[in-house]
Write a protein that binds this ligand. Structure first.
Ligand SMILES: NC(=O)c1ccc[n+]([C@@H]2O[C@H](COP(=O)([O-])OP(=O)(O)OC[C@H]3O[C@@H](n4cnc5c(N)ncnc54)[C@H](O)[C@@H]3O)[C@@H](O)[C@H]2O)c1
Length: 254
């Protein structure tokens, strides 16, 4: 019995830790060859080692998703080393500095814009170009957020960027549905990663506040987002495209 993505080639951005690392490990466990991409070399190489130690196939590619040349080179790395690009998980993201809109800086806006929106757009652009050359197309999953579906106090710029990710996902799905390219998004709730830890370090009360707001009374694990991303990239999800899937313990149902 093969895995969910047996024989496929996957690219994962922001794979040097957190959700991206967990997703890379699941892609590899489920049979994909994985190109692990991150702006941080050390974290990315550690992810590759974890995969290889578990018997999987992976390579690291340094990539700043806000740079077009890096995104193009990432796709080329998948094709040159592993022969195709079947699955892409565009997950790299930054939270920036929280503040109310009138106190927010242009610099923070541009950080959110460059990584969370432009980065996803550039990745998708080069991934789609490659997938259009492939008989079986491909599948793309972008990491948005619950903050891409609803407004969040003090996170206007992040929320705006994540809403844009949902817009790119839905519109791209319509553009390429006839070409066998599926494009979906995952919308995580609060997930136990460095990103959330930084929020808790800033404001320790937030841990309790977030957990008590969760219908299931716990934070999510990075692997729970990875599972959803790998499923959406797999042939099990062959009729799902243009969807923004909350993976949030029920928060969006509240
Ligand atoms: N953790 C949560 O609660 C949560 C909730 C909703 C959405 N998200 C989203 O999930 C994704 C992953 O976040 P995480 O929680 O694993 O955070 P994380 O900070 O642990 O990991 C993010 C990774 O992205 C990398 N990265 C940052 N800028 C980059 C760039 N320009 N190019 C390439 N890589 C870059 C970082 O080096 C890091 O390894 C993000 O898009 C985030 O917005 C997280």
């Amino acid at each position: 019995m093969g895995g969910l993505v047996e024989g496929k080639v996957a690219v994962v951005t922001g794979a040097g830790g957190g959700i991206g690392r967990a997703a890379s490990q699941i892609f590899a466990r489920e049979g994909a060859k994985v190109v692990v991409a991150d702006i941080k070399v050390e974290g990315g190489e550690e992810t590759v080692k974890l995969i290889q130690d578990a018997g999987g196939t992976a390579m690291f590619m340094r990539c700043d998703v806000s740079k077009a040349a890096d995104c193009e080179a990432l796709v080329n790395a998948a094709v040159v080393n592993y022969g195709s690009l079947d699955c892409a998980f565009n997950n790299a993201g930054v939270e920036g500095d929280p503040s109310k809109l009138a106190d927010a800086t242009e610099e923070n806006f541009m950080l959110n814009y460059n990584v969370n929106i432009l980065g996803v757009f550039l990745c998708m652009k080069y991934q789609i170009k490659q997938m259009l050359t492939q008989e079986n197309g491909g599948a793309i999953v972008n990491t948005a957020s619950d903050a891409g579906l609803i407004g969040v106090k003090n996170l206007g710029q992040y929320s705006a960027a994540k809403h844009a990710v949902v817009g790119l996902t839905k519109s791209g799905a319509l553009d390429y549905a006839p070409k066998k390219i599926r494009i979906n998004a995952v919308c995580p709730g609060p997930i136990r990663t460095q990103m959330l830890q930084r929020v808790f370090d800033e404001n320790p009360k937030m841990a309790e506040v977030m957990v008590s707001a969760q219908p299931n009374k716990r934070l999510g694990e990075p692997s729970e987002i990875g599972d959803a991303a790998v499923y959406l990239c797999s042939d099990m999800a062959s009729y799902i495209t243009g969807h923004a899937l909350p993976v949030d313990g029920g928060y969006m149902a509240t």
